[in-house]
Design a protein around this ligand. Structure first.
Ligand code: KG4
Ligand code: ZN
Length: 371
């Protein structure tokens, strides 16, 4: 992207070649059969959603190529999306027993994420929408995570607190209504999932690291290492995970060069996971208490962690707050949540035809009531 285009994005002005924001009229008919497209990172996903709630098809292709590098390689991710997306749309339509002409709208992730990957999804959606003569709705990926639980559990009682924990984000948000959010806290450095991935790499485990660490942690002693619980003693709901990663690196250095005994690795995994869970649980409890929220909803890949879910379910039970966690397929990056939010936005007539691709959450234009 050119410097001019980046500056235009930062200022909120349309970048060259992008369509300016325009309103989509409230039209329940347009939400009848929505094609969802998600390509913000390394998962390519397509969904066909009927009437805002019935998933007729939902495909997710994880790109295994990144395992070779121990992390997502942006250039490889966008190339893989380019190859996968047209095939997956065809396959999803076949699975949904629908023809392209049956679609009434397309919802596509436009921000935040890897620019090259987002561009592939948005360019495809714009061309396909133009060819079919149907509206294309730009979706904010984080906003979709905030509402993902509603697809399976129905609308959450409001106000709710949403915890989004993924490889790129750790966000605590008060959800006041669809399109009305108040930011309560986020990470000052690494995201929770990023910490899982980096610690897994340190321990020579597979990528992504979260599932591997959770598996090993079940066999280890969570009290074996006294890893730090960063920012617990500071007010507010912000997080920091980079010091925790350094503490694990120091423990590894003290142990000497690998190979390390399996029991030692399991103890490190269990102690690291305990530190992350303590931090997430304490800040989430604080957010629930501060807001008087009626529900907690989870989203993001780290929400697949069963120990985290059990811990947060316990906190919610103590506070008398409803607990909503999507099934693992809807926690991680997926197109079902994109189609779902698209259908809800169309039905409510909230303008969202902005298709500008934006990498960062801060510049993505997500409505927030913080001022
Ligand atoms: O939401 P997601 O699929 O993609 C984005 O990062 O946007 O989240 C992926 C992250 C990775 O960092 C992965 O290690 C983490 O979610 N993750 C987990 C678990 N499953 C996935 N972290 C902890 N425990 C898990 N079971
Ligand atoms: Zn995500």
């Amino acid at each position: 992207m050119s410097a001019t285009a980046r500056a235009a994005q930062a200022s909120g002005a349309p970048a060259a070649g992008a369509s300016p924001a325009s309103a989509v009229a409230p039209d329940a008919r347009a939400a009848r059969l929505v094609l969802g497209i998600e390509t913000s990172c390394d998962d390519c996903s397509v969904a066909v959603l009927e009437g805002g709630e019935r998933l007729r098809a939902h495909l997710i292709a994880a790109q295994d190529i990144h395992r070779l590098y121990g992390g997502v390689v942006p250039e490889l991710a966008s190339r893989a999306h380019l190859e996968l997306l047209p095939k997956m749309v065809r396959e999803a339509l076949a699975e949904a027993a629908a023809a392209p002409g049956d679609l009434t709208a397309i919802a596509v992730t436009r921000a935040p994420g890897l620019v090259g990957s987002l561009v592939v999804g948005v360019a495809f959606a714009r061309a396909y929408g133009l060819a079919l003569g149907i509206p294309v709705i730009g979706i904010n990926h984080i906003e979709a995570h905030l509402h993902a639980a509603a697809l399976e559990h129905g609308e959450s009682p409001l106000p709710a607190v949403a915890l989004v924990v993924s490889g790129g984000h750790t966000e605590l948000v008060e959800v006041l209504d669809l399109g009305r959010y108040r930011w309560l806290g986020s990470t000052r450095d690494d995201a929770a999932g990023e910490a899982f991935d980096k610690v897994a790499k340190l321990l020579a485990l597979s990528f992504p690291g979260g599932p591997a660490i959770e598996r090993l942690a079940a066999a280890g002693n969570p009290a074996a290492f006294d890893f730090p619980r960063p920012m617990l003693n500071q007010p507010g709901c912000d997080f920091s995970f980079s010091g925790l990663k350094t503490a694990v690196a120091l423990a590894a250095a003290a142990q000497g060069p690998p190979p390390w005994p399996g029991a030692w690795i399991a103890d490190v995994a269990a102690s690291f996971q305990a530190a992350v869970l303590d931090t997430l649980a304490a800040k989430t409890r604080r957010a629930l208490e501060q807001t008087g929220a009626r529900a907690l909803t989870l989203g993001g890949g780290v929400a697949c962690n069963l120990a985290l879910c059990l811990r947060l379910a316990g906190e919610c039970a103590r506070l008398g707050v409803a607990f909503r966690v999507p099934s693992p397929r809807l926690c991680a990056d997926n197109a079902a949540m994109i189609a779902h939010l698209g259908a809800r936005l169309i039905t409510r007539g909230i303008p969202s035809a902005d298709l500008r691709v934006v990498a960062s959450l801060e510049e993505s234009g997500l409505p927030a009531d913080n001022d």
